[in-house]
Design a protein around this ligand. Structure first.
Ligand SMILES: Nc1ncnc2c1ncn2[C@@H]1O[C@H](COP(=O)(O)OP(=O)(O)OP(=O)(O)O)[C@@H](O)[C@H]1O
Length: 629
């Protein structure tokens, strides 16, 4: 069954036009282990990109290493609907118009200058010409306001909508990945992909792209207008463009380095804060608050130095940029004056038009230079995100493929199972394990730490696939069963129950949103959880905090057991479900587990005798031998 729609933004997010293609999963039983290593990649920058970078004084960007092939510019719009594509196009047109309009305003400025310098202020000609130009000026300014508004509205809307979809698709794709893949990832990296990369993509299809288009079109329009009005002055003024570009490129080179180090130091401080908050009870119980605050402050102090340098370079080059612009403007005025004196230029307004247009072009060229990386960064960030979105794992929880037999009893057979983890291929964990659990029977798995007990039950839920041998339920190879169906038949209770920051009822609904109140009460009674839940301030609707922090360990475990029972699994896998509890809680939870395992095939992993004393069979796992008692 495809996953349920999860967001109230269905109207925006609905529709398949933007949905990325994924590789179909055949769920075939001849799949071996889930070996899916991602190939390393080194991207080479195209010649056009190299030339652009050199022209804009950013030759340093040509040597940077990009380890993923960036998507194309249009690839950034992959999750855009037709409406988004239209808005994007309209935004680009408005950005170009907005860019062209600025040098055009310089023309009106020049005409006004002419009026003031040529006519007597009291004459009718002066009044008429001045009014005419002022009206044109106001009219054009009003048009610029509208163009700006449409441009920002379009880019902002497109960016926001596409990022919303992208975030949802990324989250959906993340939760689709198999355990072997997660073993090779760092959760911090994935969260930062969700935040930083999305931000970069947003910049690439949003306001910053508008800024780039506007800057380039402004420069081109300024050059054209300048050369049309007076090519000699325009040619002289053209020199300001590389100068301003060079100044801002220098600033970008200096600040990018220190800003990166500043961000890294702030990030390190953030990690300390996150660790301290997550482990606040341990910190407080050890009176470790001053130490944690000191560690946090030390990291922040590291960032202070970089922040100061960042500010210094920004201030210095920002000021120097204006110095370059105004000095050049002065030189332009002198040269314009000379051309006027030798009658090459007839009207003084022409000098203003050329100088103002070229200055505007140069100013915006300088402004966009630090943002040159925006597009490349966005394309590389999109490539990273799409790589995960497009990754269809062999064990695919969203796949519709596979058998869904009804009326399953839950007879579990592990037949000569060999296994090693994909992330540690050199170490073999299971060496031909054989195990049979009849419906209604409880089998205890025992053995020394690390012998492969948890691994065995992970294979029953098909978290991983055996290297050799088969795992069967009612005679069906688990590889041939539909994954969702399999995980409805098999229920797992872990040592550390994982509850979420929601109400008790919401936690019980996870994976089974249709559960009725009666069913909820029934499973909670079976799990010895109903009595304490009923005494909570809002009963089943009580919020239980991060990870269920407002419940005791035993209470959390009973809610987790009830949640597992909600889907009425035929096979119950208990992975040291009581080992983290004190003796009293253990008794209550054990009683709940005994009730829960009635009529189901149950595999219990335990170290305590009390947990396994009622088992029908005890299987001892020891590297190359498995003994049954
Ligand atoms: N995700 C993983 N990636 C790589 N190796 C793993 C992974 N999980 C477990 N292992 C290794 O596989 C072996 C078996 O681990 P498993 O968790 O099945 O042992 P166990 O018998 O349940 O141990 P314990 O009783 O301590 O819980 C161990 O050597 C462990 O280091």
């Amino acid at each position: 069954m495809p996953p349920n729609k999860v967001s109230p933004l269905e109207d925006i997010l609905d529709g398949d036009a933007w949905r990325g293609k994924t590789i179909d999963n055949d769920n075939s039983s001849d799949d071996v282990m889930d070996h899916e290593d991602d190939e390393p990649y080194k991207h080479t920058i195209s010649t056009a990109e190299k030339i652009t970078n050199y022209l804009l004084c950013r030759g340093d960007l040509n040597s940077q290493e990009i380890t993923i092939k960036p998507v194309s510019l249009f690839g950034l719009l992959r999750f855009g609907s037709r409406y988004d594509n239209f808005c994007f196009f309209l935004g680009c047109v408005c950005a170009i118009l907005s860019g062209i309009s600025q040098p055009c305003l310089a023309i009106i400025g020049g005409r006004l200058a002419n009026t003031m310098l040529v006519y007597a202020p009291t004459s009718d000609e002066f009044r008429n010409a001045a009014y005419e130009n002022v009206y044109i000026f106001i009219g054009m300014s009003a048009a610029v306001i509208i163009i700006h508004l449409v441009q920002y509205f379009c880019f902002h809307g497109v960016g926001t909508r596409i990022i919303l979809r992208l975030r949802r698709e990324f989250m959906r794709a993340l939760l689709r990945q198999n355990a072997g893949w997660f073993d090779r990832q760092h959760s911090g990296d994935l969260v930062s992909k969700l935040n930083d990369n999305m931000e970069r993509i947003h910049e690439g299809i949003g306001d910053k792209l508008g800024l780039l288009i506007r800057g380039f079109s402004m420069l081109i329009a300024a050059i054209i207008i300048g050369f049309i009005y007076e090519w000699r002055l325009a040619l002289m003024m053209l020199g300001v463009a590389p100068l301003s570009c060079f100044t801002m490129a220098l600033m970008a080179r200096k600040t990018e380095g220190v800003a990166g180090r500043q961000m890294a130091a702030v990030g390190a401080a953030g990690s300390v804060a996150e660790e301290a908050i997550l482990g606040v009870r341990t910190v407080q119980s050890l009176n470790g608050q001053p130490e944690m605050v000191k560690r946090y402050t030390d990291r922040l102090t590291d960032s202070k130095g970089f922040a100061m340098w960042n500010g210094f370079w920004n201030g210095f080059f920002g000021g120097f940029f204006y110095f370059v612009l105004y000095s050049y403007m002065g030189c332009g005025m002198l040269y314009g004056g000379y051309l006027l004196s030798v009658d090459i230029i007839r009207e003084p307004g022409t000098v203003f038009v050329v100088i103002m247009a070229m200055m505007l072009g140069a100013y915006f060229l300088g402004m966009i230079s630090p943002h040159l990386l925006v597009l490349l960064n966005a394309r590389a960030a999109a490539a990273q995100i799409y790589q995960i979105i497009d990754r269809a794992p062999k064990i695919d929880v969203y796949s519709d493929a596979g058998k869904k037999p009804s009326g399953m009893k839950g007879r579990v057979v592990l037949e000569n199972v060999h296994f090693r983890y994909p992330s540690r291929k050199e170490t073999k964990v299971l060496y031909g394990l054989n195990l049979t659990v009849e419906p209604g029977q409880t089998v205890a798995l025992v053995g020394h730490s690390g012998c492969g007990k948890s691994t065995s039950i992970g294979l029953v839920t098909r978290l991983y696939m055996p290297e050799r041998g088969r795992v069967l339920i009612d005679g069906y190879d688990v590889n041939s069963l539909n994954i969702e169906h399999l995980r409805n038949i098999v229920g797992v209770v872990q040592q550390e129950p994982v509850l979420f920051n929601a109400t008790v009822a919401d936690n019980l609904r996870l994976g089974f949103p249709e559960i009725s109140r009666e069913q909820m009460l029934h499973v909670c009674k079976m799990a010895n959880a109903h009595d304490f839940i009923a005494k909570l301030p809002q009963g089943y609707d009580t919020l239980i905090g991060d990870g269920g922090v407002q419940l005791s360990g035993g209470q959390k475990q009973r809610v987790a057991i009830a949640r597992t029972l909600a889907r009425d699994p035929k096979v119950l896998l208990l992975d040291e479900a009581t080992s983290a509890l004190d003796a009293q809680s253990e008794g209550i939870v054990q009683e709940a587990l005994n009730k829960a395992s009635k009529g189901r095939a149950t595999i219990v992993i335990a170290h305590r005798l009390s947990t396994i004393k009622d088992a029908d069979k005890i299987v001892c796992i020891d590297k190359a031998s498995y003994c049954i008692r």
